[in-house]
Design a protein around this ligand. Structure first.
Ligand SMILES: NC(=O)C1=CN([C@@H]2O[C@H](COP(=O)(O)OP(=O)(O)OC[C@H]3O[C@@H](n4cnc5c(N)ncnc54)[C@H](OP(=O)(O)O)[C@@H]3O)[C@@H](O)[C@H]2O)C=CC1
Ligand SMILES: O=C(O)CCC(=O)C(=O)O
Ligand SMILES: [Mg+2]
Length: 466
């Protein structure tokens, strides 16, 4: 542990959070590093920090207090240290274990790679957890936003975010394409056009399984009904399709007693309804059109039916499967409409990195938008809390943006630290403030009779409402 990072002294009135044997030990005065963020991050952080301090003070009457510790990243870091993500910043977030950050800008098409992604990868924060739930009074574009209660578990370290890309026209791209065309695709009709930029999408067993494992554990701990593996495995068979297959392996090999897959539930349900059903008839029910399929295919489905009955008929049959966590999978394009039309059918979505990025913004829209979309990046022994949204640069320093997402990321952080009273205090004062129709521009423009509050005013009213 250093006494200063980036030349900024560590607060002397706080103590570091410890992590031993898989458990966090949180002192009453934890040192929590924060990254203010670029663009609107500045306004949001100021407002959020005031609310966090007020909630902790109200909840614990001075017995507990966060020792906030600023660490530098993004534009502020570059101005002060000529480094976008100084080593000291990463060291501080590692040493103090739990931190919170505002958004950081990433240029499109060139320039620096994402600092947000870099931090996740450097700290191996492999779970990006983004809960999407409705708070009373928030304006929404859908008829029943209250039916949305979904947690997205997004793989956070690999996929196209690995950053293995070669720009069109460079010797690297040319070499890569030459190798692929001449070594890998020889004898096929496939060819990569010579004027292409190329990228690599690694999806590993390690990355996929640990993410799905965390998603299933979350469902178990919170008594949730379903875990849905989201993928584009029909097209990207060996990356997205493999993610699905490895996900099912985790469910059926590591959580056998607690889970049932969707296909297993069909087989067992058919048998519950008709105990005399033959394996052939059951196979025809789960795979309509099987009669016209090649024999090898129909035989494989019949074998699957027999296998399920042999393996889990005794433990999961006779309706027992209904009390298990249902693990199913959905192709990525379809899940976007499913969560709008049938949100209550879904509770945990386990996704690859890019799909999770897309779906978390889309799902947030259903419950009011990016102004109210919190998140956390979690690894084994480390956590960095951050909103789903970015720097929204057109609103930077105008004191107008909704600080709700960072405040709710703080709620996640306080829950994570076991400071439940402070977490509930923030949540309920936010709900009360929104209930008073005192909201920032993003909600005000969708509400009748609301008062438009500045970022800072919204925070002040929240504190008054605690
Ligand atoms: N984790 C991170 O740090 C992330 C960083 N980024 C980065 O942020 C930069 C800007 O990205 P961009 O695509 O514009 O996406 P943003 O999420 O920053 O903003 C897009 C739009 O979403 C709405 N919005 C975002 N945040 C809020 C908020 N707090 N309150 C109310 N509305 C909000 C605004 O909509 P409207 O215009 O309708 O008011 C805004 O114009 C990029 O460099 C990107 O890479 C992006 C995502 C995550
Ligand atoms: O790092 C970035 O700039 C964007 C990341 C992002 O959109 C996300 O993590 O949701
Ligand atoms: Mg995103």
């Amino acid at each position: 542990m250093q006494t200063s990072y980036n030349g900024i002294p560590v607060p002397t009135d706080g103590a570091a959070i410890q992590y031993t044997d898989g458990q966090y030990q949180v002192p009453d005065n934890p040192i929590i590093p924060f990254i203010e963020g670029d663009g609107t991050g500045r306004d949001i952080w100021k407002a959020s920090q005031r609310v966090f301090d007020a909630a902790v003070e109200k909840a614990y009457g001075g017995k507990r207090k966060v020792a906030w510790y600023e660490v530098l990243a993004g534009e502020k870091a570059f101005r002060q240290t000529q480094n976008w993500l100084p080593d000291d910043t990463v060291k501080a977030t590692v040493d103090f274990r739990v931190s919170i950050k505002g958004p950081l800008t990433t240029p499109v098409g060139g320039g620096i790679r994402s600092l947000n992604v870099a931090l996740r990868q450097l700290m191996d924060l492999y779970q990006c957890i983004r809960p999407v739930k409705y708070y009373a009074g928030v304006p929404s574009p859908v008829k029943h936003p209250e039916l949305v209660d979904i947690v997205i578990f997004r793989e956070n370290t690999e996929d196209i975010y690995a950053g293995i890309e070669f720009r069109e026209g460079t010797p690297e791209a040319e070499k890569f394409i030459f190798f692929v065309n001449n070594e890998m695709l020889q004898g096929t009709k496939k060819k990569v056009r010579l004027d292409s930029g190329v990228g690599v999408k690694p999806i590993s067993i390690t990355g996929s399984k640990r993410l799905v494992r965390a998603a299933i554990k979350h469902a178990l701990e919170n008594k949730l009904k379903t875990v849905t593996l989201v993928h584009k495995g029909n097209i990207q068979k060996f990356t997205e399709g493999a993610f699905r297959d490895w996900g099912y392996e985790v469910a059926t090999q590591e959580f056998r007693d607690q889970t049932v897959t969707e296909r297993e539930s069909w087989i067992l349900g058919n048998l519950d309804a008709n105990p005399g059903l033959t394996a052939e008839a059951n196979a025809a029910m789960i795979e309509p059109g099987i009669d016209f399929a090649p024999k090898a295919f129909s035989d494989s489905i019949i074998a699957e039916v027999n296998d399920v009955i042999t393996r889990i008929g005794a433990t999961h049959g006779n309706g027992a499967w209904k009390s298990k966590i249902l693990v199913n999978d959905r192709i990525a394009d379809s899940i976007f409409q499913q969560i709008i039309i049938r949100p209550s059918d879904y509770s945990v979505l386990a996704t690859t990195n890019l799909n999770g990025d897309y779906i978390s913004d889309a799902a947030a829209a259903q419950v009011g938008g990016l102004g109210i979309a919190p998140g956390a990046n979690i690894g084994d022994g480390y956590a960095v809390f951050e909103a789903t949204h970015g720097t929204a640069p057109k609103y930077a320093d105008k004191d107008v943006i909704n600080p709700g997402s960072v405040m709710l990321s703080g709620v996640m952080m306080f829950d994570f630290l076991g400071w439940k009273e402070a977490a509930r205090m923030i949540e309920s004062s936010m709900e009360k403030t929104i209930g008073q129709k005192y909201v920032t521009y993003d909600f005000e423009r969708q509400m009748q009779g609301a008062t438009k509050a500045k970022t800072s005013e919204f925070a002040t009213r929240m504190i008054e409402n605690m």
